[in-house]
Design a protein around this ligand. Structure first.
Ligand code: SAM
Ligand code: SF4
Length: 340
């Protein structure tokens, strides 16, 4: 993957009814995971039967169709993407596409010790690793039995592999980990990493806590951090929904805030998602979708129908989402099935 010049960048062909250009696709490659984070999954999850999942070849075809339509950033996510057998082959196939500017992954890090180098070699540019606590007992509680050590080893492996950027994602929950905000920030500052704090979203039943009680807003978080650091807002973008701040005393690290509740990011949404079963989701917080698996399987050797279907789906993209923590989740899909 080489950086395209302005001359040979594909013009975005995915434009919705509100004039927004879609240039970013997130592909969920599995809804399964080796952890069970309390904000993401319930303890006993029903997963999609394997035969209903897109094959690796179908995923690659869909990724390539998006690139041909002007998508220049693709994130592979899940579930835990690195638990999908042979997933590196999809990274390799997409990473070899000249027109893809950014190939990224979101992972819980548990398998990065093995896969950080192969991911880098496949052309992955940036990597997001989810980590909500630095305390082993608490990690076990939040992930319902995960081992902190594995994620920490994975983070070191990612740093050593030399990605352009390694970023942490953390969901801060009142009463769970809100006393570790500064520890997490110091952890990234010491390693020249970025960190994004994500507001917990009401996606799927989790059977653990009442999300309206654990909600910790980005505004409150930022005010707290501003008591400890001199932060300056930037207009920097990494193609996603995070709003970034820089530290006065550290040029390498940034803090991002992903605020689906308090600062709804729909106006400049450039994203779509594809689930592991091949449903194209036009909005994180709404149901609008199109079955791409059907199109791919009906047209096994021809991608024109696939591209036409994706272009047609743009008219389904809604104006935005509106989460309400005091109601039952309107989105019954878990984040793990959606592709966070
Ligand atoms: N398993 C990988 C991981 O944890 O990084 C990738 C998939 S996970 C669904 C992607 C991101 O979504 C993680 O950073 C996780 O913290 C976040 N996430 C999961 N459920 C969430 C929720 N209900 N609200 C906000 N973020 C959530
Ligand atoms: Fe798994 Fe990621 Fe969901 Fe945690 S947030 S349960 S690691 S998919």
């Amino acid at each position: 993957m080489t950086a395209p010049t302005d001359m040979d960048t594909i013009k975005p062909q995915l434009i919705d009814r509100f004039g927004r250009e879609v240039t970013y696709a997130r592909l969920s490659v599995t809804d399964r995971c080796d952890l069970r984070c309390v904000y993401c999954m319930s303890e006993d999850m029903k997963f999609v039967p394997r035969e209903q999942l897109l094959t690796l070849e179908e995923m690659t075809r869909i990724g390539n169709a998006f690139i041909a339509l002007g998508v220049n950033k693709i994130r592979l996510t899940g579930g835990e993407p690195l638990t999908r057998r042979n997933i590196i082959s999809v990274f390799q196939a997409l990473g070899s596409q000249q027109d893809l500017k950014d190939l990224t992954i979101t992972t819980n890090g548990t398998l990065l010790e093995k896969y950080a180098r192969p991911l880098k070699d496949a052309g992955v540019t940036r990597i997001n690793i989810s980590l909500d606590t630095l305390r082993a007992e608490r990690f076990k509680k939040i992930t319902r039995n995960g081992k902190l050590e594995k994620t920490l080893t994975g983070i070191e492996a990612a740093i050593n592999a030399g990605f352009k950027k390694v970023k942490l994602n953390a969901v801060i929950m009142h009463g769970y980990n809100d006393d570790e905000i500064l520890d997490l920030v110091e952890f990234v500052r010491q390693r020249n990493m970025d960190i994004s704090f994500i507001e917990e979203m009401p996606m799927g039943e989790i059977g653990d806590h009442d999300r309206s009680e654990t909600y910790y807003s980005s505004d409150k978080l930022r005010e707290f951090l501003q008591d400890h650091y001199k932060l300056t807002a930037t207009t920097e973008q990494t193609g996603g929904p995070a709003k970034y701040y820089r530290f006065a005393d550290n040029e390498q690290s940034r803090i991002g805030f992903i605020s689906p509740h308090s600062h709804n990011f729909c106006d400049d949404c450039n994203r779509v998602r594809v689930t592991a079963e091949g449903m194209l989701l036009l909005c994180l917080g709404q149901q609008h979708s199109l079955d791409l698996r059907k199109v791919v399987r009906a047209n096994p050797t021809d991608d024109e129908a696939l591209k036409t279907a994706i272009i047609g789906a743009m008219k389904l993209k809604p104006k935005g989402h509106d989460f309400n923590l005091n109601e039952q989740p309107i989105i019954m899909r878990h984040m793990s099935a959606t592709g966070g």
